[in-house]
Design a protein around this ligand. Structure first.
Ligand code: CP
Length: 306
């Protein structure tokens, strides 16, 4: 039985297979419409979500399966003090696979140690968000035709942004990747990512504060919001929240084939006027998230079509 805790749980070859499956699902959805008939997905969300929960549910429904779950800790027995390990033992009796989001780093890992069904980490604290990474990789592959030889700008909250950490882990395995880390001093990428991942693997990167300085050299701009829920005080959040705003004027200095990604939700960091720019890829990214989660569910359940 396989779980997905980190993007590194899949080798580069397995990732290629998974992304190819997602592309085939997009091209031939009818082939997969009953692939999970009789199977149930449980979504156990202890933290708010729109895309991750609903796209897992849409993925299972598109595959002909069924869904169950809770969308807040308040509506589960966690409020009565039930542990994650007891919850997953219980859910293993009801469902065939589950996706869990939890504010505590490592909670989905605890779940998979006590689970009889595959567990998907749907985001744990500021740690990892592997299904967002699968979505990001599929988006980059579909829009740029490759995952190697690219300069990627990561902009915003690089300290708390778990999507950024997961994406770096995944991309450093491809050749010719360079990063431009764009953040205010207070929200720099943590040492455990810079030293232990980028430096250790000799991946070229530079850190800049001004988005304008970075834009001309980027193939991908990955915008992120400031993670309000991870700040200890409101004052710091308010000071940081509008540090970056990508607007039409700034987009003029970006290459014509640069793509703008964002895991969403957006707050103010991308002006709505940018949505009309053909380089704005963040809503395509949402759609790709459904195909890649369909491919993930099939892979973890070991279901083969054809
Ligand atoms: N990208 C993402 O994780 O969005 P949600 O928080 O809405 O699931």
């Amino acid at each position: 039985m396989r779980h997905l805790m980190s993007p590194l749980d899949f080798s580069v070859e397995e990732l290629d297979t998974l992304l190819s499956l997602a592309q085939d699902i997009e091209a031939h959805p009818e082939k997969y419409a009953h692939a999970c008939a009789g199977k149930k997905l449980a979504t156990l969300f202890y933290e708010p979500s729109t895309r991750t929960r609903l796209s897992h549910e849409a993925a299972m429904l598109n595959l002909g399966g069924s869904i169950m779950g809770f969308s807040t800790a308040d509506s589960s027995s966690a409020t009565k003090g039930e542990s994650v390990s007891d919850t997953i033992r219980t859910v293993s009796c009801y469902a065939d696979i589950c996706a869990m989001r939890h504010p505590k780093e490592g909670a989905p890992m605890v779940a998979c140690e006590h689970s009889r069904i595959p567990v998907i980490n749907a985001g744990d604290g500021g740690h990892q968000h592997p299904t967002q990474t699968l979505t990001d990789l599929l988006t980059i592959k579909n829009l740029k035709g490759r995952l190697d030889n690219m300069t990627i700008g990561l902009c915003g909250d690089l300290k708390f942004g778990r999507t950024v950490h997961s994406l770096i882990h995944a991309l450093v395995r491809y050749s010719g990747i360079k990063f431009v880390l764009i953040s205010p001093e207070e929200l720099r990428l943590p040492d455990y990512m810079r030293l232990d991942v980028l430096d250790k693997k000799n991946v070229p990167y530079k850190e800049v504060v001004r988005l304008e300085d970075a834009l001309p050299e980027l193939d991908i701009l990955y915008m992120t919001r400031v993670q309000k829920e991870r700040f200890f005080n409101e004052e710091d959040y308010v000071r940081m929240k509008d540090f970056y705003i990508l607007d039409r004027k700034k987009m003029k200095s970006a290459p014509q084939d640069m793509q703008v990604l964002h895991p969403l939700p957006r707050v103010n960091e991308i002006a709505v006027e940018v949505d009309e720019d053909p380089r704005a890829a963040y809503f395509k990214q949402v759609q790709y998230g459904v195909y890649v989660r369909m491919a993930l569910i099939l892979t973890l359940l070991d279901i083969h079509v054809d």
